[in-house]
Write a protein that binds this ligand. Structure first.
Ligand SMILES: Nc1ccn([C@@H]2O[C@H](COP(=O)(O)OP(=O)(O)OP(=O)(O)O)[C@@H](O)[C@H]2O)c(=O)n1
Ligand SMILES: O=C(CO)[C@H](O)[C@H](O)COP(=O)(O)O
Length: 445
């Protein structure tokens, strides 16, 4: 099994891990799109992600954790959510034996770190138990790691979990021995008779839905699994219950956000994709090349896009301090005024590739070609659609989605404003939809 590098470099740590061995707060090399929260956890925390199920309820052949959207499997979104939390030291992914190689390939392909893979069992409890026990063993490359004080358990098919909530769960688990996320019930729970009639109904206000993540001290969750029965392993659905029944530990319950929901049906995969797209579409960076005309257009676009709810920054280039835009979750709009301007886009694609920006998400680059009347009369032609198509085909292989928009200058103020608004609308639709089918198209505004 391939094991990723779990030893964080001390020169990337804040404070230096070597000098402060008990403090877990590090900056990750090469993945700087996530702002460190500044949270400091002074005990080791590890994660178990059960991913050993077959996803029957989706009705799909592929287990849902391996179903892809926006170019990568669901499980890597969940791994990423934990990987970027600097105080989490390791992630144990539990998969069915037959999927061990597939999972190892996924980890390599998306350059996940801090991750180990272990084989699961025939039920969710058996899989989680395998993951928890593996945390206590020394795996390949794990000798430098401490046994966790707290273990966070989270279904691999719940991709949206934020650091703030994980922090609350980890702290409560350390204090109380166990902690779990809850949500209000959306429907009333009723008991049925064996003949299919109503037996009784529960008072909804008194009950909550148990969700994930859940946290446990390592000792509590280990003991719970050592002591529980075969029937628990076979039919149980609740880790918090095991902690109560077998260790006498009453879990602290914390209300979580609605985004903790579990991908269960096929439609949930589409919902997850649309949430990811929404998050990736919030900001764009316009690069003007410094030309006055491009700056004027960028300013007009900034006003028009403001109404469309996209945060826009305008910069002349990606040099010097502006190189920081290459490291964040930005989309890029290159405004060009000269006819040889595809070279500007080419340079930008090179910079994005060098920054490894499209590893986890398809990245959108929009080339806005702004042709003035003078330019048209001199050159007698508009931008070459074949050239952008060629460039876009190559970029697509690197997970960069390049689109073009052609804008013709007009002396009529009203017409000009309409065209600028159309550029803004097309650009935000391209950013939002990330459609592979439109890659390389030179759209007219
Ligand atoms: N033997 C099993 C069964 C489930 N799980 C994991 O437990 C999580 C939550 O379970 P669930 O949503 O029920 O997943 P599946 O069992 O795959 O789905 P289904 O019940 O529809 O078959 C999933 O990440 C799933 O992969 C596991 O690790 N090992
Ligand atoms: O919500 C839970 C927390 O304990 C579930 O038990 C867990 O998410 C597994 O889901 P399922 O019952 O669908 O396998």
């Amino acid at each position: 099994m391939e094991v990723n590098d779990i030893n964080m470099q001390s020169d990337n740590c804040e404070p230096d891990r070597a000098a402060h061995p008990g403090i877990f707060l590090c900056r990750e090399a090469g993945k700087s799109d996530h702002q460190p929260s500044g949270r400091c956890v002074d005990f080791p925390v590890s994660v178990v992600l059960p991913a050993g199920g077959s996803g029957e309820r989706t009705g799909l052949q592929t287990p849902k954790q391996f179903c892809s959207f926006l170019g990568r499997p669901l499980i890597t979104y969940t791994i990423q959510a934990f990987e970027r939390v600097l105080w989490i030291q390791s992630i144990m992914v539990v998969v069915a034996k037959e999927n061990m190689d597939l999972m190892t390939d996924i980890i390599q392909r998306f350059q996940h770190r801090k991750v180990r893979v272990v084989p699961g069992g025939s039920t969710r409890h058996r899989s989680i138990c395998n993951g928890v026990l593996a945390l206590g063993e020394e795996g390949e490359g794990t000798s430098a790691m401490e046994r966790p004080k707290v273990v966070i358990i989270h279904d691999a098919v719940r991709p949206f979990v934020e650091e703030d909530f994980l922090y609350k769960i980890a702290m409560a688990a350390k204090e109380q021995g166990a902690a779990g996320a809850i949500r209000p019930l959306v429907s009333t729970v009723i008991a049925t008779t064996s003949e299919g009639y109503l037996d009784h109904s529960l008072e909804r206000a008194k009950y909550r839905a148990s969700e994930m993540p859940q946290g446990f001290t390592y000792d509590v969750i280990c003991q719970a699994y050592q002591r529980c029965s075969e029937s628990d392993f076979e039919f149980g659905t609740e880790c918090l219950h095991l902690a109560l029944q077998y260790c006498g530990t009453n879990a602290k319950l914390i209300e979580g956000p609605p985004t903790l929901w579990k991908v269960t049906y096929k439609r949930d995969l589409a919902a997850a994709e649309s949430i990811v797209k929404e998050t990736l579409s919030r900001s764009a960076c316009i690069i003007t090349g410094g030309s006055t005309q491009a700056v004027t257009l960028a300013d007009a676009l900034q006003k028009a896009v403001g109404a469309l709810d996209v945060e826009l920054d305008v910069i002349p280039d990606l040099m010097g301090d502006n190189a920081r835009y290459l490291l964040k979750e930005w989309n890029f709009i290159q405004v060009s005024v000269s006819t040889s301007c595809l070279s500007e886009v080419e340079a930008m694609l090179g910079a994005l590739e060098a920054a490894n920006r499209a590893l986890l998400h398809p990245l959108v680059v929009i080339w806005v070609h702004f042709s003035s009347m003078d330019e048209l009369s001199v050159s007698g032609r508009v931008a070459e659609p074949a050239a952008i198509m060629d460039l876009a085909s190559t970029a697509k292989l690197r997970n960069i989605l390049l689109y073009g928009i052609q804008l013709h200058q007009s002396k009529e103020a009203e017409r000009w404003e309409r065209s600028v608004l159309r550029v803004a609308e097309i650009a935000s639709a391209l950013i939002r939809d990330r459609s592979p089918a439109l890659v390389g198209q030179l759209l007219q505004a």
